[in-house]
Design a protein around this ligand. Structure first.
Ligand SMILES: C[S@@+](CC[C@H](N)C(=O)[O-])C[C@H]1O[C@@H](n2cnc3c(N)ncnc32)[C@H](O)[C@@H]1O
Length: 238
């Protein structure tokens, strides 16, 4: 591990990976959000399990048709938007940022979603605990770009993390990556394409330039903080 975990990060130690996020606190939580953390979060928290031990379908009250996993859901708009559109799936979101988790909990409560499970922590720690080949979809939407060269090692997409993502996808499972940062688009594409168990589904430029039909736009995306139009890369696990 190259970097020390930030002092205000959630409890889980990163055993194998470097840090990919800078702060995990943010603005103070509202009284309502604190209430959700106290009441709702413990009921829907996905635990960090020993490596390769947890079947994620057992986490849900219903028998989920598919299990979807979102890495770094930010304010939760995509996570809860997809869960609302697809009540038959089981949706897992992981995000270290307390304010983001607070917002997601609020949406889960207001929309009365019963098919979402959360962890406030590092998605890679949660993924490690899942049994291999149990996920139908993984989403990495507009990850932190870490634009400075010396910070590229903090990007969530690295050769070893791609190998982890792939190991948790079922054969035929899908992974979506989106960014509006040109260097990260190239960086990520290189690392995904280097994995011989992933096949990029694009056959024409519009396949990655036009938002996929099932895309849910987040508030972060609408800020247009990057240096290019959003790109969307969809891969299939072979
Ligand atoms: C730029 S924001 C985008 C949020 C959201 N995906 C969206 O599109 O609105 C990236 C998020 O990834 C989270 N993140 C960074 N490293 C992470 C990790 N290892 N596991 C889970 N989330 C992570 C950050 O806390 C941040 O909220």
């Amino acid at each position: 591990m190259e970097d020390k975990q930030p002092d205000n990060a959630p409890g889980q130690a990163l055993l194998t990976f470097g840090k990919t996020f800078g702060r995990a606190g943010g603005r103070p939580l509202s009284t309502r959000q604190k209430g959700f953390f106290a009441d709702l979060y413990p009921r829907i928290e996905i635990p960090i399990a020993p490596a390769n031990s947890l079947d994620p379908s057992t986490l849900f009250d219903h028998d989920p048709a598919e299990i979807w996993f979102e890495i770094g859901f930010g304010g939760g708009e995509h996570l809860t938007g997809q869960a609302q559109r697809h009540p038959q799936i089981g949706s897992i979101g992981v995000e270290p940022f307390a304010e983001g988790v607070g917002k997601a909990l609020t949406q889960i409560s207001e929309l009365e979603l019963t098919n979402v499970r959360l962890n406030r922590g590092d998605a890679r720690d949660v993924l490690l605990g899942l049994k291999d080949e149990t996920l139908d979809r993984i989403f990495i939407m507009f990850p932190d770009p870490w634009p400075k060269t010396r910070h590229h090692k903090r990007r969530i997409v690295q050769h070893d993390s791609v190998a982890l993502f792939v190991s948790k996808l079922k054969p035929g499972g899908r992974l979506r990556f989106a960014t509006d940062v040109m260097h990260y688009a190239d960086w990520a594409l290189e690392r995904f394409c280097a994995n011989d168990r992933l096949d990029w589904t694009a056959t024409a430029a519009d396949d990655w330039r036009i938002p996929p039909q099932d895309h849910v736009t987040t508030r972060y995306q609408t800020k247009n903080l990057g240096d290019c139009k959003p790109v969307y890369f969809d891969f299939i696990r072979l």
